[in-house]
Write a protein that binds this ligand. Structure first.
Ligand code: PLP
Length: 419
């Protein structure tokens, strides 16, 4: 059977591959500590579940309008106006099967295939951006952030990467995998750069917006670039229920695109109408419930994540060879292990890459993490820990990591390139 080169050449998600390996070990009865997955370990808050159950029982089981019903779109637009300062109405919102689908739609609508378009992605960046940019027919231009700068991308580096072919940039704060929230001053400096380049559309992936930790980095706060009047007309803000409301399996995301009087959003809805139509119709009232009454539950979960961020930060800092900025957002820490690469583990494995580091840690100490390679060129010597697990698990897992690292013997020249 024929398979297009666009799909056969596409990489499988590295995060899913590690989860599969860890799951296989668990199934064999191995006590695996899982730092691999990117989803909250909490259950969806009860009132949100009840809203969907009530809708099901009331027979809300038929097709809904492609972008979602008016009530859910109104609730999302209201959230963006009040939380984020984005001037928008319900017509600018389409509700999608997860934030990932919103990013897919945005890139498909934006990119002109075969025209040499470029999309800038500051890295380390979420694994799906590059495949989605390339699938839509553009080149993905990585702009590496430096570890010495706390993995905060430099605005000047973004400006230097912009060419007449640049049609878009994908920003993501708080960041997966970096686990940092971009300081407002850095975000505003990026906005100053982008304001000078009117051909660049901004896709702002704000899926971790509610998971920001001033307890770790005092004063840190989320700022939506779509609220900048200079960029409001060309920013697509992507968000959803998955992370903040512990609703990954519900598959609810959205885009908010007020530009061109909703013209971009209408094109995205046209494409969505040929793909998936609406999300499951009985999930729509759950969005209204979450956005109207869910703030206390979100804050409860955020406070737990903040404590875990502090805990894993302390434990990690005590392990020589793991170097990361403090986790001020999302639920990740993304240390460089560059100084450990080139060594040999107690089990005799040669650590010639982050992938080898992650595999050896899983096989020798039953700790699942994600190797950095797929998060960008500059991330090749990094590994990602997700702390969406209990404090007990974090302590147990980091003890194992410490033992693993203590057993590494340097034998061959160190691999460089920490980003
Ligand atoms: N954007 C980022 C940065 C993510 O980390 C993820 C999920 O891991 C998504 C988008 C996708 O979110 P969803 O599960 O709502 O599709």
């Amino acid at each position: 059977m024929q398979v297009s080169s666009a799909i056969s050449g596409m990489k499988e998600s590295a995060t899913l591959a590690v989860s599969a390996k860890a799951a296989a070990l668990k199934a064999k009865g191995v006590d695996v500590v899982g730092f691999g997955v990117g989803e909250p370990d909490f259950d969806t808050p009860e009132p949100i579940k009840r809203a969907a159950i009530r809708a099901l029982e009331a027979g809300q089981t038929k097709y809904a309008p492609t972008p979602g019903d008016r009530a859910a779109r109104e609730a999302i637009a209201h959230k963006h106006r009040t939380d984020n300062g984005i001037d928008c109405s319900f017509e600018h919102v389409t509700i999608t099967a997860g934030a990932k689908h919103a990013i897919y739609l945005a890139l498909q609508v934006l990119i002109e295939r075969g025209a040499g378009n470029e999309v800038i992605v500051p890295t380390p960046a979420w694994v799906s951006y590059r495949p989605l940019v390339e699938l839509a027919g553009a080149r993905c231009i990585e702009v590496p952030a430096r570890l010495e700068h706390g993995l905060v991308v430099e605005p000047g580096a973004i400006e230097r990467a912009i060419t007449p072919r640049t049609v878009g940039i994908i920003l993501n704060s708080p960041s997966n995998p970096c686990g940092i929230t971009l300081p407002a001053a850095s975000m505003r400096a990026i906005a100053d750069v982008l304001a000078r380049h009117p051909q660049v559309t901004v896709i702002s992936d704000e899926i971790y917006e509610k998971l920001v930790y001033p307890e770790v980095t005092p004063g840190i706060a989320h700022w939506s670039i779509g609220s900048d009047p200079r960029l409001a007309g060309r920013t697509i803000t992507v968000n959803g229920m998955s992370k903040a409301y512990a609703m990954t399996g519900w598959r609810i995301g959205w885009m908010c695109a007020p530009g061109d009087r909703g013209g971009f959003a209408r094109e995205a809805i046209k494409l969505q109408g040929q793909m998936t139509n609406s999300i499951a119709s009985f999930a729509l009232p759950a969005i209204v419930e979450a956005l109207t009454n869910g703030a206390a539950e979100v804050e409860r979960m955020r406070a737990v994540f903040a404590r875990r961020a502090q805990l894993i930060g302390r434990l990690q800092a005590s392990i020589p060879g793991l170097v990361a900025p403090p986790s001020s957002g999302a639920f990740y820490t993304f240390p460089s292990v560059a100084s450990l690469l080139g060594g040999r583990t107690a089990g005799g494995r040669v650590l010639d890459s982050a992938q080898a580091f992650a595999e050896a840690l899983l096989e020798e100490h039953a700790v699942a993490i994600v190797p950095g390679e797929d998060f960008g060129e500059c991330a090749r010597a990094h590994v990602r820990f997700s702390f969406a697990c209990s404090e007990e698990q974090i302590i147990k897992g980091m003890e194992r990591v410490a033992a693993f690292v203590a057993g590494i013997r340097q034998e061959i020249p160190t691999v460089t390139g920490t980003g």
